[in-house]
Design a protein around this ligand. Structure first.
Ligand code: ME8
Length: 521
């Protein structure tokens, strides 16, 4: 393993409810990053987990008639069950109720006290339990139901008045702005970066970081009447995992994190509060925060009351694992909002997967099976069209590496599919089935070129569709140790025996569609 580390995190999800497609999306994006970086030779650490404290979770537990710990054990399991279902490959799953996390939170707190960045005061203001966020009065309005709510999120707010520790966030404005300036890649996409910078330029208030009116959280050291604000607790999970405060912990080498992946709703916590807490405690801030957009469902906001919440497991059951993964990252430019439509997923399954990529693999592999004694064909001298296709396939790795580095997942897929399109056009133009009669050696060369292009393409598709690509690479007899990008230039060896080909991307068959009427005679 090389010394290059890559630490990537998902948000830790609240256990007030079971996972939906939005949660699955964030973790999927991280999974693709993690798999790509592993294949590219990095020592990757990929962390996900659950955020188990706070008033929102406490209330959800009470509503379920359960003790908070028993409730969080149950709901947290639903997030762990999603890991095999969605094909995620995390290195660890963290829970904020673990003792190691209490230690890290309390150590961070003590550092903030020692730095003079915490003071005791009194909070009087609005609080949204759903968002676990404080709001200034100007950020709220009275809704049609007469209740006060947060303008940005629509969540009800309640008046809170209690003793509280404050973090001197107001003192960090200039240092945060300087940090953004010196680290132009810290917040992405650009629109979010601009949003954060203008928020910070607008002036920062000190932040209430402890609560005294409920109990479900990490106690403040030396003042256990206070429990830590759930966001200070939650953000700390990222360094709990690296063994904080122990600099010689085995995972310490992973800090600072290379990427915190988050939804656009929580960018402020990650890009403003978190680097301020860390800098105040003398810990390096993370390198990058990417805030992706939100999914709506068939044009509507996803909500329990509308009954349109999409469960990721149901998608996998209906459309398939690789198909679901492909669709979510192909359909929408990463960073933008997207609308989930069943029609669109079926369309992508049929056109991009079955008809384009699947068809390429299927026809090439079955021609090889039939005509080349089920072995990698022998390549003769290459013609210009052969080299053109191989060159385009070889150019993909650096192109895709750059796009993945920018989290431009859909562009990466478009770039790869352009070459799949070229390969399909090359099959049509070369017509290897016809060459069989006139020039079998040339036919074999054409089939070798195609198999080699499929190998390069498939190596790159692995992070997105791990199951289907493993089958395709098996059909090309690519050994397990030759599937990383270090082996990108190790061409298929002529004469290697190949197993019988089978299709990996079926067209979508709607189980509810009426049977087709028999054709009239
Ligand atoms: O915010 N579309 O947890 P959470 C896309 N515990 N993504 C969505 C989405 C949608 N419709 N809905 C949710 C929390 N998400 C905190 C995080 S981190 C230290 C603490 C995704 O359970 C998106 O990534 O409310 C969002 O940021 C996350 O789920 C919020 O999950």
């Amino acid at each position: 393993m090389s010394g290059k580390t890559y630490y990537i995190t998902t948000p830790i999800y609240y256990v007030n409810d079971v996972p939906h497609i939005g949660h699955a999306y964030t973790t999927l994006a991280c999974d693709v990053m993690a798999r790509f970086m592993r294949l590219d030779g990095y020592d990757v650490h990929f962390l996900t987990g659950t955020d188990e404290h706070g008033q929102k979770v406490e209330k959800a537990a009470a509503a379920a008639g359960m003790a908070p710990q028993a409730f969080t054990d149950k709901v947290s399991q639903a997030f762990r069950d999603l890991i095999p279902k969605m094909g995620y490959s995390p290195d660890n799953f963290i829970r904020t109720t673990e003792p190691r996390h209490y230690r890290a939170c309390q150590a961070l707190w003590e550092k903030l006290v020692a730095a003079g960045d915490l003071y005791l005061g009194k909070y009087a203001g609005w609080y949204s339990v759903r968002d676990e966020t404080y709001f200034a009065e100007s950020e709220t309005e009275v809704g049609p139901d007469g209740k006060r709510r947060a303008i940005s999120t629509g969540a009800d707010v309640e008046w809170v008045e209690e003793a509280s520790y404050f973090f001197r966030l107001s003192a960090w404005q200039d240092r945060l702005l300087a940090f953004y300036e010196q680290n132009p890649r810290f917040i992405a996409p650009e629109s979010r970066r601009n949003e954060v910078i203008s928020f910070v330029k607008g002036g920062l208030q000190d932040l209430s970081v402890s609560r005294t009116t409920f109990k479900w959280g990490v106690p403040v050291p030396n003042d256990p009447a206070h429990i830590m604000y759930v966001w200070l607790d939650a953000l700390t999970n990222y360094i709990t995992e690296t063994g904080y405060p122990d600099p010689s912990a085995p995972n310490a080498k992973y800090w600072p994190a290379d990427l915190h992946m988050v939804g656009k709703d929580i960018v402020r916590f990650h890009a403003v509060y978190w680097p301020a807490f860390l800098m105040a405690a003398g810990v390096a801030p993370p390198k990058r925060v990417f805030a992706h957009g939100w999914w709506t469902i068939e044009g509507q906001k996803m909500s329990k009351s509308l009954g349109n919440v999409v469960a990721p497991a149901a998608l996998v059951d209906t459309y398939g694992l690789d198909q679901t993964r492909y669709f979510l990252l192909r359909e929408v430019p990463f960073g933008n909002d997207g609308d989930f439509q069943r029609r669109a997923i079926v369309q992508r399954m049929d056109s991009d997967l079955a008809n384009t990529y699947g068809n390429l693999c299927q026809r090439v592999l079955s021609m090889i099976n039939k005509n080349c004694a089920a072995a990698v064909p022998v390549a003769g001298p290459l013609q210009a069209a052969d080299s053109a296709l191989l060159d385009r396939a070889a150019a993909l790795l650096p192109q895709v590496r750059t796009l993945i580095g920018d989290q431009a997942f859909n562009e990466a897929l478009i770039t790869i599919w352009d070459v799949i399109g070229d390969a399909n056009r090359y099959v049509d133009a070369q017509a290897p089935w016809a060459l069989g009669k006139t020039d079998p050696a040339r036919r074999d060369t054409v089939l070798w070129v195609l198999a080699e292009a499929i190998r390069r393409i498939t190596l790159l598709v692995q992070p997105f569709m791990p199951t289907a690509t493993a089958k395709i690479l098996d059909q090309l007899a690519v050994p397990a140790q030759a599937r990383s990008f270090a082996a990108m230039d190790t061409a298929l060896a002529s004469g290697t025996a190949l197993p019988a080909p089978e299709g990996v991307f079926p067209r979508f068959v709607d189980p509810e569609a009426p049977a087709k009427p028999a054709r009239a005679a």
